[in-house]
Design a binder for this molecule. Structure first.
Ligand code: HEC
Ligand code: HEC
Ligand code: HEC
Ligand code: HEC
Length: 314
């Protein structure tokens, strides 16, 4: 009996030591993982910056760790701010600070989209949950909604803010024109002027010679025919070339060759790609009349839109 107990004790003691060592090892690994994260260095730098620009108290209050903007009703879990720590500090930090600590650019319309209500990915794309640069910016393999970076925009002959307008128009689709959206505004003018609705249905209106375009942005690029498309096999390229010269991309098509200028084809492509099935709740869809009023040159007209400014575009 006693022998048995003794042997149990020795056994337990052995286990206890083993478990303690394992636990210590796990703690060490956790510390190491935390320390070698990509965001670790930015989070050590950020409070120093705040302190340097006179925000000593805020610097002391800074809590390191993964930070996120969580907005369940629009499916946003954006950890971008784990690295982009200066985003809300434009009144304190100069814009010359290197990324990712640079404060977010501000202007009249940025202030209409509070970060706490919009997060980052609705405008930028990318994988909000990721905490590495590669994961967040490019997304993992097969990620369909890449961040609209400078590099990606350049590949498509655009500036980054021009490319982002595609995402602005997810929500601003029904504005006739919107401040800050030059590419999309141009595209909306062209779409009307060239009478695309003669052959295409958009939101229940238009002719049926060509396919419906209401949710053109949801089209699966893998189903496109790239046999006559030069360059990268992207939906963007397919559309630009098809809009410029439909007969080259879809031989025997009934769609005219519009011979748009490159910047016009690119703008129209952004517009077409912005037409997606949306899951945003109604409070995320802006009132087109407010945008119409904001587009009026006279400062008084921001209050009362004229009837002629009532939008009919898509
Ligand atoms: C692990 C840190 C980290 C995370 C997480 C992160 N970023 Fe960045 N970001 C950086 C760094 C570093 C740069 C500057 C160098 C570069 O462009 O890679 C940058 C640059 C950018 C730029 C400028 C892009 C360009 O093409 O010049 C944008 C826009 C941006 N980030 C948006 C985002 C968004 C949106 C998210 C979340 C989906 C995000 N970032 C998540 C570290 C991060
Ligand atoms: C309402 C849309 C919108 C939201 C929301 C938004 N951004 Fe931006 N962001 C933009 C636009 C547009 C630009 C380009 C501005 C320009 O070029 O003047 C930009 C620029 C940037 C840049 C690069 C600045 C540069 O020119 O190199 C970074 C980094 C960035 N945003 C990160 C973020 C992060 C992080 C969040 C979330 C906290 C966020 N943004 C939320 C629209 C948005
Ligand atoms: C997720 C939806 C969403 C996205 C994406 C979005 N907006 Fe908005 N935007 C709104 C809402 C909602 C309002 C109205 C906000 C308010 O009045 O409080 C608004 C307001 C505005 C206004 C003021 C005039 C008006 O129509 O109310 C402008 C200008 C504007 N946005 C431009 C942009 C630009 C430029 C982008 C892209 C960089 C963008 N928006 C991206 C939803 C969005
Ligand atoms: C005279 C009729 C006609 C007009 C006008 C016309 N299209 Fe088309 N369009 C077609 C036909 C037919 C197709 C299908 C064959 C093809 O891919 O070209 C098509 C295909 C398309 C597609 C590919 C759609 C898909 O899902 O396969 C897009 C995008 C498109 N048109 C955009 C436009 C735009 C933008 C305009 C105005 C600038 C326009 N079309 C004007 C007849 C027309």
């Amino acid at each position: 009996m006693a022998d048995k107990n003794e042997s149990f004790e020795t056994k337990d003691f052995g286990w206890l030591v083993a478990m303690s060592l394992l636990f210590l090892a796990l703690v060490a690994v956790c510390f190491w993982l935390e320390f070698r994260t990509e965001w670790g260095p930015y989070q050590r730098q950020f409070p120093q910056l705040l302190g340097h620009y006179g925000k000593g108290q805020e610097a002391r209050d800074f809590q390191p760790g993964i930070q996120q903007i969580w907005i369940p009703k629009i499916g946003v879990t954006d950890r971008c701010i784990t690295c982009h720590l200066g985003y809300e500090w434009s009144s304190v930090l100069p814009a010359t600070i290197a990324e990712p600590l640079t404060p977010h650019p501000t202007n009249d319309w940025m202030t209409k989209h509070e970060f706490a209500k919009f997060g980052c990915t609705p405008c930028h794309g990318g994988d909000g949950a990721a905490t590495t640069v590669a994961g967040a910016h490019q997304g993992g393999r097969g990620w369909e909604d890449p961040m609209l970076s400078n590099a990606l925009a350049q590949q498509n002959g655009l500036a980054m803010n021009g490319m982002i307008e595609m995402r602005c128009n997810f929500c601003h689709r029904h504005d006739a024109a919107t401040p800050g959206m030059d590419e999309i505004n141009l595209a909306k003018v062209l779409f009307k002027k060239k009478k695309c609705l003669l052959c295409h249905v958009v939101e229940g209106r238009g002719g049926a010679t060509g396919p419906e375009l209401t949710y053109e942005g949801d089209r699966n690029p893998e189903l496109l025919n790239f046999a006559h498309v030069t360059g990268d096999h992207t939906m963007f390229n397919w559309n630009v070339q098809h809009l410029t010269k439909a007969s080259a991309v879809s031989p025997k098509t009934a769609m005219p060759d519009f011979n748009f200028k490159p910047e016009e084809s690119r703008a129209l492509t952004l517009l077409l790609m912005s037409w997606r099935r949306l899951t945003y709740p109604p409070e995320y869809i802006p009132d087109p009349e407010v945008a119409a009023a904001a587009m009026q040159p006279s400062p008084t007209s921001t209050v009362t839109p004229t009837p002629s400014a009532t939008p009919v575009a898509h």
